[in-house]
Structure formats: structure tokens, C-alpha cells
Design a protein around this ligand. Structure first.
Ligand code: NAP
Length: 290
């Protein structure tokens, strides 16, 4: 068996086209979906991520504004800007680019974002609501994985899902979202004993550990769906995921590559969440998690 490759760029394109159509409709009703991005300090990687988010918004027709603060800005000043944006009806999504400088209490700053504009899904309300399957904004990376599974018509209900990685932004929300879809979910992490005893049971294996070649072919069940969230810069400068792609693709039924898999979905789901927030501002009953 050789796996079908899940083309994250193709899925992202489809989601962005849907977002662009909704955006055109909203604009005809006088509403332009708007994203505000807060960035503090000079983290080079953060600047690239923010530039990518702004570019994606522009391509889809959204309005986006970056609020850049020097690293030594008092946290109260950044929070005051967030409160102003919370009250601005032209802003439908607010995202705080992490990490923040060390003197910031990141949790408090993220908590300052209105839960109704928290397009990253990191506000404690949205994290808690995810447990009940009622979040306003599913976090972008696991939401992107869910969209990839839907795009390929891969059933989740009743499937054994193993999530490798238990971070707050990927592994844990991923597990909750697939449990909500009636999968049987196992979460593994760095202290899991004998990782392979779990991964081999997976009908769907989602890997988000940040360790190249963590998942080898002998750890994967024949016919499994393998989604690789990991992004690792190898010593030769190339990007790689957490999965031995060439080996595992000989056993899996579907596999997502790195690059070109989950990566393009993350920023796309941010655009999606912002457009859904704008849509909800004109039709309050609309659920953004669809
Ligand atoms: P993180 O906060 O560092 O969390 C990594 C998780 O993996 C932790 O739960 C850790 O366990 C677990 N882990 C580490 N080594 C492991 C091992 N040998 N076996 C099993 N579990 C192990 O990272 P993250 O933010 O979730 O990101 C994970 C990866 O996804 C990174 O490569 C990141 O670059 C990538 N990522 C990609 C996207 C995208 O858009 N494609 C978005 C976000 C992240 P403990 O909890 O026990 O420490």
C-alpha cells in the first residue's frame, strides 16, 4: 500500500475560496472582516508568521492591521490597546502573536482579548468551551487537521485516534475536537512509556511533538491515516515533520507531507475564524465552528 498524500495547499485553497465568497457577500452588506494582530518585540520568526497572516487576509479580501510594540512596552499599554480593539466594531478578530517578552504575563494578555474576537481560540473561555464542544473559535492548527480529514472524507466516528503531543495549542485541543466527533482518543507525550504500543493501534495518527523521525514505519498500522503536524529544521536546512515520510507512506492509507500539509491550514483557519466572527456579527446565531 502506498498512501494518498493529503495536499494541505489544496485544502487551504478550497477553504480560502469559501472564505472569499463569504467576505464578498459581507462586503456587499457593508461589513469587511477585520483582523488586528498584536506583536511585541523583535522575534524574527514572529515577524514572518505575522507577515504570512496579513498576506493571507489580504488575499481573501479581509482587512488586517498590525499593532507592533517595542519589547520594553509596559504590559498595561498592550492591554489598553486590546481593550480598545475589543470595542471596535470594525475588528472581528484579535490575535496576540506569541511568545511575548519575558516581563509579560502572556496568560493575562491573552485573557484581555474578548472571547468573541479570540480567533486563535486561546482565551480560557474558548479553551473551556472546547471541552463541551461549544467553542466560538476552534484553535487554528487542530481545526486545520479536522478540515483536512473532512476534505478527504475520512471518517472519525468510532475510529481509534492517537495524538502524539499534548501541548495546549495542538495536541490537547486536537484530542478534544476528535473526541467530540466520537473518536476513541489516546494522547501521548514525552513521558509516555513505549510510544509504539499506542501508535500501532491508531486508525488516525496525529503527530505534533517537534521531533524529526519520531514515527517510524513499524510504529504505524497498515492502512492508518497519518497527519504530521511537526515542523523541524534539519541540520541540512531542509524542513521535515515528525514522521519518517518515505517509510510510513508505504504503509499508511493517507499521509500529510511537511512542508505542504498542515502548515498552510493553520493560517487559513485563522482567516476562516475571522470571517466567521464577522458573519456572526451580522447574524448572531451563526456558529463559527462549522
Ligand atoms: P510543544 O509545545 O513543544 O509540545 C510538544 C509536545 O510533544 C509535548 O506535549 C511533548 O510532551 C510531546 N513530545 C515531545 N517529545 C516527545 C516524544 N519523544 N514522544 C512523545 N511525545 C513527545 O510543541 P507544539 O507547539 O505542540 O508543536 C509541536 C510541533 O508542531 C512542532 O514541531 C511545531 O513546530 C509544530 N507546529 C506546527 C504547526 C503548523 O502549522 N503546522 C502549528 C503549531 C505547531 P510533554 O508534554 O511531556 O513535554
Amino acid at each position: 500500500m502506498v498512501a494518498k498524500i493529503i495536499d494541505g495547499n489544496a485544502v487551504a485553497r478550497q477553504v480560502r475560496e469559501e472564505c472569499a465568497a463569504i467576505t464578498r457577500d459581507l462586503k456587499s452588506r457593508g461589513v469587511t472582516p477585520g483582523l488586528a494582530v498584536i506583536i511585541v518585540g523583535d522575534n524574527a520568526a514572529s515577524k514572518v508568521y505575522v507577515a504570512n497572516k496579513v498576506k493571507a487576509c489580504t488575499e481573501v479580501g479581509l482587512h488586517s492591521t498590525v499593532y507592533a510594540f517595542p519589547a520594553d512596552t509596559p504590559d498595561t499599554e498592550v492591554e489598553a490597546e486590546i481593550h480598545r480593539l475589543n470595542a471596535d466594531p470594525q475588528v472581528h478578530g484579535i490575535l496576540v502573536q506569541l511568545p511575548l517578552p519575558a516581563h509579560f504575563d502572556a496568560r493575562r494578555v491573552v485573557a484581555a482579548v474578548s472571547r468573541d474576537k479570540d480567533v486563535d481560540g486561546f482565551h480560557l473561555y474558548n479553551v473551556g468551551a472546547l471541552v463541551q464542544g461549544e467553542t466560538l473559535f476552534p484553535p487554528c492548527t487542530p481545526f486545520g487537521v479536522q478540515k483536512m480529514l473532512e476534505y478527504e472524507n475520512i471518517p472519525v466516528e468510532g475510529q481509534n485516534v492517537v495524538v502524539v503531543g499534548a501541548s495546549n495549542i495542538v495536541g490537547k485541543p486536537m484530542a478534544l475536537m476528535l473526541m467530540q466527533k466520537d473518536a476513541t482518543v489516546v494522547i501521548c507525550h514525552a513521558k509516555t512509556r513505549d510510544l509504539a504500543q499506542f501508535t500501532i493501534l491508531a486508525d488516525i495518527l496525529v503527530v505534533a511533538a517537534g521531533k524529526p523521525n519520531l514515527i517510524l514505519p513499524q510504529m504505524v498500522r497498515t492502512g492508518a491515516v497519518v497527519i504530521d503536524v511537526g515542523i523541524n529544521r534539519l541540520p541540512n536546512g531542509k524542513l521535515a515533520g515528525d514522521v519518517d515520510f518515505e517509510g510510513v507512506r508505504q504503509k499508511a492509507s493517507y499521509i500529510s507531507p511537511v512542508p505542504g500539509g498542515v502548515g498552510p491550514m493553520t493560517v487559513t483557519m485563522l482567516v476562516h475564524n475571522t470571517v466567521q466572527s464577522a458573519l456572526r456579527s451580522v447574524s448572531p446565531m451563526h456558529s463559527p465552528a462549522s
